[in-house]
Design a protein around this ligand. Sequence first.
Ligand code: NDP
Length: 283
Amino acid sequence: MKTVTFPNGTTVPALGMGTWNMGDSDSRRADEIKSIHAGLDAGIRVVDTAEMYGSGRSEKLVGEAIRGRRDDVFLVSKIVPSNASRNGVRRACAASLKRLGTDYLDLYLLHWPGSVPLEETLAGFDDLVDAGMIRSWGVSNFDADGMREVESIPASTPCAANQVLYSLDYRGVEFDLLQRDRDAGIVTMAYSPLGQGGDLLRAPVLRHIAQRHTTSLGPATTAQIALAWVLRQENVLAIPKAGSPRHQHENLAATEITLTRDDLAQIDEAIAPPRRKEPLAMI
Ligand code: NDP
């Protein structure tokens, strides 16, 4: 499987797992845990969660799913900006660790830009690295200006990742941000790469292209084409959320698909790449 490498040298497969909304429904819980297990069994490493998701329910579910196999996981969580003062960072991280049943995160992200001065938040992240509570830190929903500000602030370890909305529904980051972060050695984590399972998966162009591809599971699906399209980018780690083992296996099989030049041209014709700078979209 294609990989991405973080600034500290850690390399992980470019397909990870999202967990937003997991743990919210009792009837889906068992399937969600099985889905995470299926992903880890097949070699996925990155599990993405956040203190905000279900007010901690996603972190608790992830904690249950990874119990006994922490070493298999590259664990990512996020802090909401209103908690991200220097002391707040430590409190929020400790609470996330408790819910997750672990004593460290591989990556801790500021969920979106907020009003606490970034210097304070990054000083807080430095404290967490020193205390061994996190191995690296990054940001989410930061556009190029924000990334410049992040990089201008001295920190003892570099920003490792920027998690942003990137799918065929939202191509704006292709104009500058993807390349900019790539040049800076910062991994882009593409969130909602399946368009949240909405209209994108019914797009005629994806149906058409899916008919030309197969995977080890059989004929390709539109979701697999949408995912293969995000994964074609260097230095991009996609984190689709699969609530069942079936979807998890299908997402894994998407890594077998290489889109052709013709496929990509057809996609560009149907869903044009950005021609000018657009404000960063977020969900
Ligand atoms: P996704 O684009 O990952 O879409 C998830 C939806 O797609 C679900 O309805 C899921 O259904 C469905 N799905 C998954 N796999 C398949 C498949 N193979 N075929 C058909 N449908 C499929 O949306 P998310 O918004 O969940 O984004 C992914 C992750 O990114 C989040 O879970 C979260 O971790 C992160 N995120 C981060 C944000 C940020 O601000 N930093 C904002 C939003 C998301 P089912 O559940 O039935 O499998």
